[in-house]
Design a protein around this ligand. Structure first.
Ligand SMILES: [Zn+2]
Ligand SMILES: [Zn+2]
Ligand SMILES: [Zn+2]
Length: 233
């Protein structure tokens, strides 16, 4: 009584936990959380995980499990993923080759799920969980969205002044507040908001249109964030 979509969701979660801990077991707390999210009985999740990972039928070898674990977090839904045609370079051909190289490196680096234990954070709990599989949790919807954007930057600022003076690594960031801070500290005498607007890259961002919790599709990043937040509430 678990749908394929729900199975994929469990598999994704499982990969995330396995990556961190190196064994196939999820804690009962996590299983209960999964069951709540998917609106299925706890035993059904237990049963599925046990069958799939802990005591798989003979036909399903253990290499299957390892292959699963090695796959990337997103886009594993294959043909259902209607944005699979996106490429940073294709979508941002308006940037100069040099800017494009910087932007591409930034976005690729952002996608990687970060370590589960981020030393700076004392508290990692709350209903809002990262959908990119890094284990981040928070109690605040605002922080959740900002965190999601660390994995999938939606807007990018490449410092116009740094680019002219320090060509190797000009300041590049996906957060307006951080950019303003940079402007105030590094480029004293400049109007921060003015530098901000000069530095906007008009970056065309990627977005996975498929909801990780149900069959709906998103038509914008805003839509995505709102609908996923609704699942957490
Ligand atoms: Zn994350
Ligand atoms: Zn700068
Ligand atoms: Zn949904």
């Amino acid at each position: 009584n678990i749908t394929n979509k729900q199975k994929r969701f469990i598999q994704k979660w499982h990969r995330d936990f396995v990556k961190d801990q190196g064994n196939p077991y999820l804690s009962s707390e996590d299983i209960a959380a999964l069951a709540t999210l998917l609106k299925v009985p706890v035993y059904a999740v237990h049963e599925y995980i046990h069958r799939k990972y802990i005591s798989p039928p003979a036909a399903q070898s253990t290499t299957n499990f390892q292959l699963d674990a090695a796959q990337p977090h997103m886009n594993q839904t294959g043909s259902k993923n209607s944005n699979s045609g996106y490429s940073i370079r294709g979508a941002n051909a308006h940037l100069s080759p040099e800017d494009l190289r910087l932007v591409e490196a930034y976005v690729k680096g952002a996608k990687r799920p970060r370590a589960r234990k981020d030393g700076r954070r004392k508290k990692n709990e709350g209903p809002f969980q990262c959908t990119f599989g890094c284990g981040y949790r928070t109690e605040r919807a605002f922080d959740w969205r900002r965190h999601e954007e660390t994995h999938e930057p939606q807007e990018l600022w490449l410092c116009h002044l740094c680019r002219q003076t320090r060509e190797k690594s000009p300041y590049l960031v996906n957060r307006k507040d951080k950019f303003i801070k940079h402007a105030k500290h590094v480029h004293k005498g400049w109007e921060p908001e003015h530098l901000l607007s000069m530095s906007n890259t008009s970056f065309n961002a990627n977005m996975d249109p498929e909801c990780p919790f149900c069959d709906e599709h998103f038509n914008s990043w805003e839509d995505r964030c709102q609908r996923i937040l609704a699942h957490y509430e």
